[in-house]
Design a protein around this ligand. Structure first.
Ligand SMILES: Nc1ncnc2c1ncn2[C@@H]1O[C@H](COP(=O)(O)OP(=O)(O)OP(=O)(O)O)[C@@H](O)[C@H]1O
Length: 260
């Protein structure tokens, strides 16, 4: 395998049990840099549990998870985030009592200015850091077309705008790999298109995206690869067209989704 073939994320034989239930059952797949990969499967297939294993919220019982060539399965969520992983949740984690701009600024990595002693010792450095954060906030507002809402309270945003803001908070950490848990659920079509444009733009800028989504049109039209989970196992993985035509996937999952 050459360096350029090395996947950004490697999931190998990962198992996670809750008592007698095997939620993730020997799952293996890879995610290439600068791609969008869709993780799909019926309710209870193990998608969120796998996300939790990747982000360090739960520890897998066995298997290997590598991010950019480094094993991360025994690291803490903070260490994994510092290693270049960002994540959004089904329900956005934002501060409703803060403005959009404050939400973004607050998501920036810990700065010297937040430590009182540093403020006295390195005033110039702190000023530079504050300027850099402000500039990053403005860039993020513009990138996500949230600039007109910058001073609004997050509590006043629509569901879709909250999802954009949560993505913005993740982008403030400048992650290489972004995990999105149902980013389009409850988002109106105009904002969904906006969000999809941004996701493609992020891959053009060198980011990599792994997303859980139930909207099949979106998965088939916008993902480079699809991984299908069923009963905790990898039922299929490959290009959207390959997965769409896979008899096992149609029988176990797509049949139901299309009939709905
Ligand atoms: N903390 C937990 N304790 C016990 N069982 C759990 C826990 N978390 C998940 N499970 C179980 O593991 C299985 C997989 O759940 P998971 O939430 O990962 O599925 P999912 O594919 O994300 O489903 P959905 O699409 O409904 O969100 C389910 O049977 C669920 O009940």
């Amino acid at each position: 395998m050459t360096a350029s073939d090395t996947p950004l994320l490697l999931i190998e034989d990962v198992v996670k049990r809750f008592g007698g239930l095997t939620a993730v059952d020997h799952v293996s797949f890879t995610v290439k840099s600068n791609s969008i990969t869709g993780l799909i499967g019926p309710n209870g297939a193990g998608k969120s549990t796998l996300f939790n294993c990747i982000t360090g919220i739960v520890q897998p019982d066995s298997g290997t998870i590598q991010l950019d060539g480094v094993k991360i399965q025994e690291k803490s969520p903070n260490q994994i985030a510092q290693h270049g992983l960002g994540r959004t949740f089904q329900t956005p984690k934002i501060f409703r009592g803060m403005s959009v701009r404050e939400n973004l600024a607050f998501a920036a990595p810990v700065q010297h200015g937040e430590r009182p002693v540093s403020t006295l010792i390195h005033p110039q450095k702190i000023k530079e850091e504050e300027t850099a954060v402000q500039s990053r906030v403005e860039d993020t507002l513009e990138f996500l077309s949230l600039d007109h809402l910058a001073d609004e309270y997050a509590s006043g945003l629509s569901g879709g705008q909250r999802k954009l803001l949560e993505l913005g908070r993740v982008l403030m950490l400048d992650p290489d790999l972004i995990l999105l848990d149902e980013p389009m659920a409850g988002v109106n079509p105009a904002l969904t298109n906006e969000l999809l444009d941004r996701l493609h733009e992020l891959t053009n800028r060198g980011r990599t995206i792994l997303l859980i989504e139930h909207d099949m049109d979106l998965i088939m039209n916008h993902c480079d690869r699809v991984v299908v989970l069923h009963n905790g196992q990898t039922l299929a993985s490959g290009s959207p067209s390959l997965v769409q035509d896979d008899e096992r996937v149609i029988e176990a999952y797509l049949g139901d989704v299309i009939d709905e």
